[in-house]
Design a protein around this ligand. Structure first.
Ligand code: NAD
Ligand code: MG
Length: 335
């Protein structure tokens, strides 16, 4: 630790709000009666309302599935801010949709918590994926990129097998990929489009979990990304919203089925988050301009703000949490 950061307790308390600083608190008595030096990391007190960009946002549109690297402003996935503390040391994680958005935030956080990580994404997302792979490697962790389309059952099975052989096992699966397209009317949704959404959001997790289950040990976890749409669907997301209700539901069913095996299953329910999915057909331009403005916080969330939830659900100290859905929605979300 930097000598300059070693400050006394009184000074430490007086400096709250000045930013991150590792401080040494004066030696204290432990229960054993022995003196010990205690090191804590001080976190800056941040106002969540002003921490990140607020609407109005610039009009922007990309072809599906979009690139985070081309968004304005660029989303924060915790590239600079996320600090690990060994919570997932030695774990082996497969993150589906790990190139951008919540999956990328989880991938960065998992690596900084000590996990080796496989990410899956679509081949057209290679530029985003490369950045994630580099960030994981920078942490000295194993980083494996397996691009491919999840709508294909054979690919999903191979993805799991390749992840297991690449990592030497599997402890954490984050089913996070998603297809979302806005349609004003049910009449605008073709059977092909409906099938695309169902295959990506419902079938792929089913295929992936089936392929992985025989390899999972007690202590392994499965995490699904649901949505506030599961509870409060928007009129223009008829097909997408029902897949998120299905995600919430499979988490609860599977949690009961797998609890006796020591495998936990939980979900995350984000509100409006600033990700590529929203600028590549997931939202209308009108919605995008005021994105997140309808929440109590008055702004969209950033993927980085959900990273610690994915970590918490994967960590062994959350051992009694299964069948739960954790919301993060700026005040308006459920549960
Ligand atoms: P994102 O676009 O950054 O991530 C979604 C990822 O899904 C893509 O990066 C892509 O790699 C993957 N994907 C989609 N179709 C695929 C396919 N056929 N094959 C392989 N990969 C495919 O957007 P995000 O918002 O971070 O999305 C992550 C999850 O969060 C999704 O499940 C989404 O439904 C959910 N979610 C998002 C929001 C939001 O406002 N952004 C809100 C609630 C829930
Ligand atoms: Mg992406």
């Amino acid at each position: 630790m930097n000598e300059e950061n070693k400050i006394g307790r009184r000074k430490a308390i007086g400096s709250i709000g000045l930013g991150l600083a590792a401080i040494t608190v004066a030696p204290a008595f432990a229960g054993t009666g022995k003196l010990f030096p205690k090191t804590v990391t001080q976190q800056r007190l941040e106002d969540p309302t002003t921490k990140y960009p607020r609407p109005p946002f610039k009009e922007q549109s990309q072809p599906w599935p979009g690139l985070a690297g081309k968004m304005e402003p660029r989303p924060d996935h915790g590239e600079i801010s996320y600090k690990g503390s060994g919570r997932l040391a030695g774990r082996k994680a497969l993150i589906i949709g790990g190139d951008s958005g919540m999956g990328r935030a989880a991938a960065i956080a998992y690596a900084r918590e000590g996990a080796d990580v496989v990410i899956n994404y679509l081949p057209s997302e290679e530029p985003d994926a490369r950045e994630v792979i580099d960030l994981i490697k920078k942490e000295g962790r194993k980083a494996i990129a397996i691009p491919g389309d999840l709508r294909d059952e054979t690919f999903c099975k191979k993805l799991v097998q390749d992840a297991i052989s690449g990592l030497g096992g599997l402890d954490i699966i984050v089913n996070n990929a998603g297809r979302q397209q806005t349609h004003a009317s049910i009449l605008d949704i073709s059977t092909e489009e409906f099938d695309w959404t169902m295959k990506t959001n419902i079938y792929a997790p089913f295929w992936i979990i089936k392929a992985a289950l025989p390899h999972l040990q007690p202590g392994a976890v499965i995490i699904g990304t649901a949505s506030e749409q599961a509870y409060d669907p928007s009129p223009d997301l008829y097909d997408y919203a029902q897949t998120k209700a299905a995600t919430m539901n499979y988490v609860k069913s599977l949690a009961k089925q797998l609890a006796p095996k020591g495998i936990r299953v939980n979900g995350v329910a984000p509100g409006p988050i600033w990700t590529a999915l929203q600028v590549s057909g997931g939202a209308t331009q009108e919605k995008l301009k005021n994105f997140g403005g309808q929440t109590a916080m008055g702004r969209p969330g950033q993927p980085a703000e959900l990273a610690s939830i994915y970590v918490q659900l994967a960590a062994s100290d959350a051992s009694y949490a299964t069948g739960q859905i954790y919301g993060s929605a700026g005040g308006n979300g459920q549960p």
